[in-house]
Write a protein that binds this ligand. Structure first.
Ligand SMILES: Cc1cc2nc3c(=O)[nH]c(=O)nc-3n(C[C@H](O)[C@H](O)[C@H](O)COP(=O)(O)OP(=O)(O)OC[C@H]3O[C@@H](n4cnc5c(N)ncnc54)[C@H](O)[C@@H]3O)c2cc1C
Length: 393
């Protein structure tokens, strides 16, 4: 049996950030990072952006750190390997190849996967998702020969995919059940403005269309809407949200309906077992309530906190203002704060016409979120500070 001081399950940005954090405080402890994908942790966020836009996929730019880093820091990376069983009481993990790892402390960093809508034809060829390098390579390959690509959904991923493929001069449509794109995050006026930008760039907008199913014998031919329309499509990229990968801890206290519940220190109710990134359901001491974020910076920073806490040499709370960004065409949006509820009041500075503005979202008198369009990283930092001050933190 293999024995390790630290076992990190999931080789995404959350998992590698935990490894980096461990090595700041414990240079010697044995660390194994197990990852289902066969690549070293990489910048997943690039897959819907530059990776789709560039003539040749920028594979070299993807890795988070060079693979020599793992050797230099004595991190054993077991890639292309999944953990199939996780025994909390015996502190054991079974790998897909039958090996068993006994660990002292562990971190769950298995991230999330795309939601598969329960509709007819979901298993047809050319009905695809975008989560991994393999998915992105497949999408690039298919897009070259297909006449019409449809992104199903109107959130961040659907918009990014549509913008990137359109920038590569491909014919693309977005099918969304709402009348505006990004309606989950933006106020109605700004969401309508964003939708207009997509139309101006030549993206076909199938708004107010709910997905009913996919048609074709073996490969996709049409997408059917709930109102009975048929949209001809060669490829459908399904962007209907994500769900946490929690199978290995299903029916244990480490898995809940909203993710893996953790404390301020990102520790689960099992001492020495932590959770980070897309699957962690944590108490948000700044904005209030419990939260699960599925965004890059959250996974990086939670990884750093767990890396420190898991060694026992530090005890840090995770206290960050929620943040994410998105890029589409020549627009870059930064979202600072909480966007779970629609604002009751919006303050706009700057102008839509110039395509550079800031929006302040209030709930009653309370500032809850700031959206920046085409601002610099300094602007993001200033927005985080402004929000902290408004919250009195
Ligand atoms: C296309 C795309 C674009 C994005 N763009 C942005 C963006 O612009 N801005 C932003 O803030 N966020 C963006 N995100 C979200 C961001 O990438 C995620 O929040 C982040 O990757 C989460 O990191 P993670 O380590 O928690 O999980 P993941 O990145 O999902 O990594 C988890 C890893 O664990 C592995 N795994 C799962 N189960 C097991 C198991 N049982 N055994 C071993 N390994 C396992 C998975 O294969 C995966 O490799 C984007 C996501 C996608 C898919």
């Amino acid at each position: 049996m293999i024995q390790r001081d630290y076992l990190i399950i999931g080789a995404g940005i959350g998992g590698v950030s935990v490894c980096e954090g461990i090595r700041k405080y414990d240079k010697k402890g044995s660390v194994t990072l197990v990852g289902g994908e066969s690549f070293y942790p990489y910048q997943r966020w690039m897959l819907s952006k530059q990776f789709l836009r560039d003539k040749t996929p920028p594979l070299k730019k993807l890795p988070h750190v060079d693979e020599r880093w793992y050797q230099a820091h004595k991190i054993e990376a077991r890639l292309g390997t999944v953990v199939t069983q996780f025994n909390i009481d015996r502190r054991l993990a079974v790998l897909g190849n039958g090996e068993t790892i006994e660990f002292n402390k562990a971190c769950l960093a298995m991230g999330s996967r795309p939601v598969r809508p329960q509709v007819a034809g979901i298993g047809l060829g050319n009905v695809i998702y975008l989560r991994t390098i393999r998915d992105a390579l497949a999408l690039r390959e298919m897009s070259i020969s297909e006449k019409m690509i449809v992104a199903v959904g109107g959130g961040l991923l659907a918009c990014e995919v549509a913008a990137s493929l359109r920038q590569s001069k491909l014919k693309i449509a977005i099918m969304h059940r709402h009348s505006s794109l990004l309606n989950r995050y933006l106020d109605p006026e700004t969401a309508a403005w964003v939708t207009e930008q997509f139309a101006k760039h030549g993206v076909t907008l199938l708004m107010g269309s709910s997905l009913n199913g996919f048609e074709g014998k073996t490969v996709l031919r049409n997408i059917q809407t709930k109102s009975g329309e048929r949209v001809a499509a060669g490829v459908a990229v399904v962007c209907c949200g994500s769900e946490p990968n929690l199978e290995i801890v299903r029916n244990t206290p480490l898995s809940g309906p909203h993710g893996s519940p953790v404390t301020d220190y990102l520790e689960t109710e099992e001492k020495g077992i932590y959770a980070v990134g897309d699957l962690a359901f944590y108490p948000d001491r700044l904005m209030g309530g419990m939260r699960r974020q599925t965004h890059w910076e959250n996974a990086c920073e939670q990884g750093a906190v767990v890396g420190a806490n898991i060694t026992g040499k530090k005890r840090q709370r995770y206290e960050q203002i929620p943040y994410f960004w998105t890029e589409m065409f020549d627009l870059k949006f930064d979202f600072v704060g909480d966007f779970n509820l629609p604002p009751t009041r919006v303050g706009l500075s700057g102008s839509y016409a110039k395509g550079r503005f800031a929006l302040r979202y209030f709930q009653g008198e309370k500032l809850r979120g700031i959206v920046l369009c085409r601002h610099s990283p300094n602007g993001v930092q200033a927005a985080k500070t402004e929000l902290r001050q408004a919250l009195g933190k």
